[in-house]
Design a binder for this molecule. Structure first.
Ligand code: G16
Length: 543
């Protein structure tokens, strides 16, 4: 084994997005590409000499190869100890859990989250810092700067580590420990939700389907739901992680988790349905006959979290990303706790969680989490739902309907226009920004604009300002349209249009989402001229 310094040169033409570097697999396969990015990360980690590092990925195509590279480079860069999930697997929440529990300086997580996998799919690398959450902008900026000047990287020339066998080996003076990917995470879950109550629920005949979409959550869901909680074998569908996710697009929404939707909306629906994404941080909840929007799920968890042991003392507050519906705010107001609206991106929750200002947080993009780690956590959300259902002893769809009856219903939909030309997407946003000041009091699609702005966020903890996070248009009819460009796509631009309308009247809680939101969609089109700008008359995906 030899320690080598390999000359290289700058390689990145664009700043990484909200969740690290995400590109096509073929881009990552270019000579030195992975090595350059990993070295740029390591060069930016202050205090890495002698520190512990967590490494793992979601098992997608190229995971195993990149894990070996990261291990050999971490050893050559002075880390004293590396914890790597068995078979190179760690869900994003499990990685966050390990970083915190073993006081690691951070973790390298290999994932492109909900993006498709396989040789023609996507790959990604992100760095989470010592609190277990995504690196803040200051760190990612430093990494990007480094990618512009990099001239060499360090690597141990050694044979591959056996990732399948638990235990310790050495790379030079660095200890590499292959750890059980599930055990520490499962132990943490047991401190938060009542496993006995959930086990009793399953023992009473309660049935669920958890669709892991052939991604990383399968082993976690099988071990916890079927293993520890006694759910019948087969409760977890598509539970084997596959490099191409078995052809699934591992984004837990009604479009991509269509098998689960069909089952839950059909005559033989079990009592509860759930799905998770590529790296296990997102979740989808489906009641029999009823898709629960992520925004409603956050609101319902906020209302009932105190029923689970980890939250029995009540919540400090709740945070949601700006495009997430305002359903959680209504619950916070009733509970008398604080509610925060942050830009899209989990990293914005970290300061609020660290400062103890919030206990729960969530996003319309199917992320829900709490102060137990610093990432969103798909399986945790499912377990908290199960705990609540076990306590309330009511069917899941009844819980949702009663919630609407109490707080009103926030009809919600997201229209995505994928892979549009970046210049056209930028032109649409520029048009909106320019038009914004003249919109108030004008009527579109029967709705009158009350106010509009380009969302800017001042972090209440460190005072930092994050401008231009999306155009919010508020209508006098208690409706809202939000426009922003995705930060996680890998080709062209994705325009997201978020439509929302509040309905307090319970006799109008059974409209279809299309009907309820028709006027908001019409107003959004009239204001933004989506068809003209994108050349598309319909969205690529509606969730
Ligand atoms: C990432 C962030 C999330 C954020 C999402 C937004 O999710 O971690 O906090 O909501 O991106 O995606 P977009 O910019 O495409 O709307 P993930 O699950 O991809 O890591």
């Amino acid at each position: 084994m030899t320690l080598t310094e390999i000359p290289t040169k700058p390689f990145l033409d664009q700043k990484p997005g909200t969740s690290g570097l995400r590109k096509k697999v073929t881009v990552f396969q270019q000579p030195n590409y992975v090595e350059n990015f990993v070295q740029s990360i390591f060069d930016s980690v202050e205090g890495r000499q002698g520190a512990t590092l967590v490494v793992g990925g979601d098992g997608r195509f190229f995971n195993r190869e990149v894990v070996q590279t990261v291990l050999k480079m971490a050893a050559a860069n002075g880390f004293a100890r590396i914890l790597i999930g068995q078979c190179g697997l760690l869900s994003t929440p499990a990685a966050s859990c390990l970083i915190r529990k073993y006081k690691a300086i951070g973790g390298v997580i290999l994932s492109a989250s909900h993006n498709p996998g396989g040789p023609d799919g996507d790959f990604g690398i992100k760095f989470n810092v010592s609190h277990g959450g995504p690196a803040p902008e200051t760190f990612t900026d430093a990494v990007f700067k480094r990618t512009q000047t990099i001239s060499s990287y360090h690597i141990h020339r050694a044979s591959d580590i056996d990732l399948d066998v638990l235990g310790e080996t050495r790379l030079g003076s660095t200890v590499v420990e292959v750890v059980d990917s599930v055990a520490d995470y499962a132990e943490l879950m047991e401190t938060l939700v009542d496993f006995d109550k959930i086990a009793a629920l399953f023992a009473s005949g309660f049935r669920m389907r958890f669709d892991a979409l052939s991604a990383v959550t399968g082993p976690y869901a099988k071990a916890i739901l079927e293993g520890q909680l006694g759910a019948p074998a087969g409760t977890v569908a598509n539970g084997e992680p596959k490099p191409d996710f078995g052809g699934h697009h591992p984004d837990p929404n009604p479009v991509h988790a269509h098998d689960l939707m069909e089952l839950m909306l059909g005559p033989n629906a079990p009592d509860f349905g759930a799905a998770s994404d590529g790296d296990g941080d997102r979740n989808m909840i489906v009641a029999p006959g009823l898709f629960v929007t992520p925004s409603d799920s956050l609101a319902i968890l906020t209302a009932y979290a105190h029923l689970a042991p980890g939250y029995a003392k009540g919540l400090a507050g709740v945070a949601r990303s700006m495009p997430t519906s305002r359903a959680a705010d209504r619950v916070a107001a009733k509970l008398g706790i604080r509610a925060f609206e942050t830009p899209t991106g989990w990293k914005f929750f970290a300061n609020l969680l660290d400062a103890g200002l919030v206990t729960l947080c969530g996003e319309e993009s199917a992320g829900t989490g709490s102060n137990h780690i610093r990432e969103k956590d798909g399986l945790w959300a499912v377990l908290l739902w199960l705990n609540i259902l076990a306590e309330l002893k009511k069917p899941a769809d009844q819980v949702v309907r009663e919630h609407w009856a109490t707080y009103g219903r926030d009809y919600y939909a997201r229209h995505d226009y994928e892979e549009i030309e970046t210049a056209r997407a930028d032109a649409l946003m520029a048009h909106l920004r320019a038009a914004s000041p003249s919109l108030p009091d004008k009527t579109f699609g029967g709705l009158t604009v009350e106010a509009c702005d380009d969302f800017a966020y001042t972090d209440p903890v460190d005072g930092s300002l994050t401008p231009q996070q999306g155009i919010r248009i508020l209508f006098k009819e208690d409706a809202r349209a939000v426009f922003r460009l995705s930060g996680t796509g890998t080709s062209g631009a994705t325009l997201r249009v978020y439509l929302e309308r509040f309905e307090p009247d319970p006799s109008r809680h059974d409209l279809s989402r299309e009907d309820a939101l028709a006027s908001v969609a019409e107003a959004a089109e009239a204001i933004a001229q989506i068809t003209t700008h994108t050349g598309r008359s319909t969205p690529s995906v509606i969730t």
